[in-house]
Every structure is written in C-alpha cells, then in structure tokens.
Design a protein around this ligand. Structure first.
Ligand code: AMP
Length: 191
C-alpha cells in the first residue's frame, strides 16, 4: 500500500500515519520529521534548512525529493508507505510520479483530511503543549499563518491534481481521531 496523507498543518496527518504504522506495519515517511532529525543531528542539510523551517517556508524541492527517493526503497517500506507532508507543491507531485514510475511503483490512494481552518490554531497550540522535548520551532501563530498561506497557494492545488488522476478520497478530519482512523482504514480496504 502506497498512500499520501494530504491536509494543512494540524489536520492530523502525523497522528493518523502513526496509527497506520502500528496497525499495518507501513512506514511513515514524514519529510518534516526527517528534516527535524537532520537539524537535531546538526548535519549539513539540517543547517541549511533550519531557518527556512522555523519561519514556516518550504525547503527546496531538490532536498525533499532526494530524501523521499532514498527512503521509498528501504526495507521498512516493503509492506507499504505513507507519505506525510510530501508532496507539498505541483513540482514535488510531478517529481514523485516520475520517481515512482522509474522505480516501477504506483500510488494507491491519496487521502485528503478536510478540516475547519480556524480550529487549526487551537490544535497546534495543543500540540505545542504536548510535544515531548518542547514545542516545535514552527508551532507558533506567525509560523502557522505562513504555513497555512503556503498550504493554500501551493499544496491545496494537489487536491485537484490527484482528483484528476482518479486516486483522491476525502475524509472529515474534524471527526474524533478514532473515527478518522476507521474511515481511512475503510478507504484502504477498498483500494
Ligand atoms: P511538517 O512537519 O510536515 O509540518 O513540516 C514542517 C516544515 O518542514 C515545513 O513547514 C517545511 O519548512 C518543511 N517541509 C516538510 N515537508 C516539506 C516538503 N515536502 N517540501 C518543502 N518543505 C517541507
């Protein structure tokens, strides 16, 4: 199973991905997590993306396409993978199509988590309180505004992109976490 979880910051992509990992053994490929790990490790890539991430901008397509391209072939992806936070714009979506095609892989489904935007600020505030080791550098009002702006400009058009490919399914992301999980599992059982 190869799927994308699509949705704005705070929609619940990470939470739902973790459940699919636990229940089905798929790998969660979160570009945000990988970039944060690179920053924590002080790697060259981490140093390059730190300021960009902190203010809520997107890092370059080359970087994220490169890390995803390496990850999809790792052994932990054998049962499948969940793309969480990637792709985030048209160029990344096209690069993903090309990459999967070259590797003889195919995307099964794109699940779009639909949320009420004004409620995302409260969710992110909650996440900032609950995150082990302290809040993320970009979980604050200014960075979230920026991330939402970018989501609308660059990521939301992917809903149409995948709709046109016939692989898009939508889920009510404002429902209870368990209900959202159940809905996603239902979708996966039908693809
Ligand atoms: P996330 O954890 O998915 O909310 O991502 C946190 C931050 O990492 C984003 O605001 C971007 O700065 C960066 N990032 C994560 N994924 C991508 C991506 N696919 N393309 C560009 N930047 C990304």
């Amino acid at each position: 199973m190869k799927l994308i979880l699509l949705g704005p910051p705070g929609a619940g992509k990470g939470t739902q991905a973790q459940r699919l990992v636990a229940d089905f053994g798929y790998a969660q490929l979160s570009t945000g997590d990988m970039l944060r790990a690179a920053i924590a490790a002080g790697s060259e890539m981490g140093n390059k993306v730190k300021d960009i991430m902190e203010r809520g901008d997107l890092v370059s397509d080359d970087i994220v396409v490169g890390i995803i391209s390496e990850r999809v072939e790792a052994p932990d992806c054998a049962k499948g993978f969940i793309l969480d936070g990637f792709p985030r714009n048209g160029a990344q979506a096209e690069a993903l199509d090309k990459m999967l095609d070259e590797k003889g892989m195919k995307l099964d489904v794109v699940v779009s988590l639909e949320v009420v935007e004004k409620d995302l600020f409260a969710r992110i505030e909650q996440r900032a309180k609950e995150t082990e080791g302290g809040p993320r550098a970009d979980d604050n009002v200014d960075a979230l505004k920026k991330r939402l702006e970018i989501y609308h400009e660059q990521t939301a058009p992917l809903i149409k992109y995948y709709g046109d490919q016939g692989v898009l399914k939508t889920v009510d992301g404002m429902a209870e976490i368990d209900a959202v999980s159940a809905e996603i599992k239902n979708i996966l059982s039908e693809v």
